[in-house]
Design a protein around this ligand. Structure first.
Ligand code: CU
Length: 515
């Protein structure tokens, strides 16, 4: 299966392009098989549930790839009508193994039901999303996402190859499914997804968290951001369109993220009952905090994390005129976090038999959907034989060419020369790998000196004492920066600066600014 780069398509896949996409999704062979023992980490409690295993692929991942792509051909899915009651995502190689997250990982995948577009009873066309935190979706008993065999699915995915080698991988998804032919299906009430995203509708729905921003070492987006929505229309809210009961949600965020919060704003309401997490404000009730629970020994810095999801009895009542609102909070003490996300998919059903969040404290503690995953075992940060760049000899040079995963001058694996410019001047980096093939994008991102420890899921970090970041140097549209060149800030103080590539963190380099 080829990977088609879609530069201008939103990760959240705004509806506008979907009709056109649907036309391109016919023809390939579905890669489905029945579930094998051990495929599903949990047994669904609902009666009549089948455990179906699907995989999309093979996806030929180019060396160093980090682009956004759309599925071609058919995305495998159930062959009969029914209800989806749970989804468990993963990324696997052809032999079924889950690759280490510091080698290749599922940056994100979004499952789109293009047939649900413009149908208010089926909710958002985006019905499931997974990042490397691999949150498992499970609806409360008695609820299901109505599925038709005639539905057309598209996968929007970003697979991040952190190495200079190619890989073949599959996106896998275990579905817990109740076919319409099962008597159990008669007992299921339809549920629909509501897509909540702090950058909903953006081409590439991300924002940067800078080290030292926010308050007390934490930064909440959009609340603490400088002009997050320049046209004045908040992207993090959704107007409730009918009496609905919210059934469940879980958050998505990136390394460095601490929690996603869901609120409801009800004009004129006299304040929610408050919560342990958030102080009550008139007209606002806090509904849930999805917490990033890090297994990572180094703390909130890697994908070695699981998000909490709502317990099955959550059931929150909302009414037309209410506005759902999401925020996301990151650690800003340790490092900067570039191209971060904050997303929650909220499942809802029609009706009025939920709990009123303005009279009942609904924001109870969540439940983890999985434990530590072995693919996150390689944390990095150990001593290596990489040199300390403070020992390099400096050469006057204001250009660095990046070729074949190497910084031309100042690379830690090079000839131990370091480019030097005078204070007030800049060094220009040019990524010559970008025009080749699908585009190999690199960044120049400051990390704390000497930045020469072993690469892993938790090292290196964007934790330089001076913050700079080039973005992903490439011309392919988001997530690339739109340019293959970047200049270091001209106001850097004299000193030696160390940096790494966020996309290929084994790439390390340094430069000097002199008096
Ligand atoms: Cu790179």
């Amino acid at each position: 299966m080829r990977t088609r780069v879609v530069a201008s398509l939103s990760v959240v896949a705004v509806a506008l392009t979907l009709a056109a996409l649907a036309a391109t999704t016919a023809g390939a062979k579905p890669g489905t098989r029945r579930a094998q023992p051990g495929d599903s980490p949990w047994q669904a409690d609902q009666p009549g549930v089948q455990h179906l295993h699907f995989q999309y692929g093979p996806i030929h991942v180019q060396p160093g790839q980090n682009n956004i792509a759309l599925s071609e051909g058919q995305v495998p899915k159930p062959t009969e009508d029914g209800y989806i009651v749970g989804i468990h995502p993963n990324l696997r190689t052809a032999n079924g193994k889950v690759p280490p997250v510091d080698v290749i990982h599922l940056h994100h995948a979004v499952w789109l039901n293009t047939s649900a577009e413009r149908n208010r009873d089926r909710g958002a066309s985006t019905f499931f999303a997974a990042g490397e935190e691999k949150t498992i979706m499970k609806l409360p008993n008695g609820y299901g996402y109505p599925y038709r065999a005639s539905d057309s699915w598209v996968l929007n995915y970003m697979i991040h190859d952190l190495t200079p080698g190619p890989y073949d991988v599959f996106i896998t998804y275990d579905l817990d499914f109740v076919p319409s032919s099962s008597p159990a299906a008669q007992q299921i009430t339809p549920a629909r997804p509501i897509w909540m995203d702090v950058q909903n509708g953006s081409i590439y729905p991300v924002f940067d968290v800078l080290k030292g921003s926010g308050t007390n070492g934490q930064f909440t987006y959009p609340d603490q951001a400088d002009n997050p929505y320049p046209n004045g229309r908040p992207k993090n809210v959704w107007k409730v369109d009918r009496d609905s009961v919210l059934l469940g949600t879980a958050g998505h965020l990136h390394p460095g993220g601490l929690h996603d919060d869901l609120y409801v704003d009800r004009p004129g309401a006299t304040g929610g009952p408050g919560s342990s997490a958030v102080q009550a404000k008139p007209g606002t009730a806090h509904l849930f905090r999805s917490v990033a629970d890090y297994f990572e020994p180094a703390g909130a810095v890697s994908w070695d994390v699981s998000m909490t999801a709502t317990p099955p009895n959550w059931r929150v009542q909302v009414h037309p005129g209410d506005e759902l609102r999401i925020t996301t909070t990151y650690d800003s003490k340790r490092a900067s976090w570039y191209e971060s996300m904050g997303i929650m998919i909220v499942w809802a059903t029609d009706g009025t038999n939920g709990r009123d969040p303005f009279t009942t404290k609904v924001d109870t503690k969540g439940e983890l959907t999985h434990g530590h995953l072995p693919e996150n075992n390689h944390h990095g940060g150990q001593k290596t034989t990489l040199p300390n760049p403070s020992k390099f000899s400096a050469v006057d040079q204001s250009n660095v060419q990046i070729d074949n995963f190497l910084y031309g001058v100042g690379d830690f694996t090079g000839d131990h020369k370091i480019p030097k410019v005078k204070a007030g001047q800049s060094i220009t980096f040019t990524n010559n790998d970008a025009p080749k093939g699908n585009g190999i994008w690199h960044s120049i991102t400051s990390c704390r000196a000497p930045c020469n420890k072993e690469t892993g899921v938790a090292y290196p970090l964007a934790d330089g004492s001076t913050q700079f970041d080039s973005g992903q140097l490439g011309n392919a549209g988001p997530p690339s920066s739109g340019s293959v060149t970047w200049q270091t800030p001209a106001d850097l103080k004299p000193g030696t600066y160390t940096y790494f590539c966020r996309i290929h963190p084994f790439m390390r380099g340094s430069f000097q600014v002199s008096n």
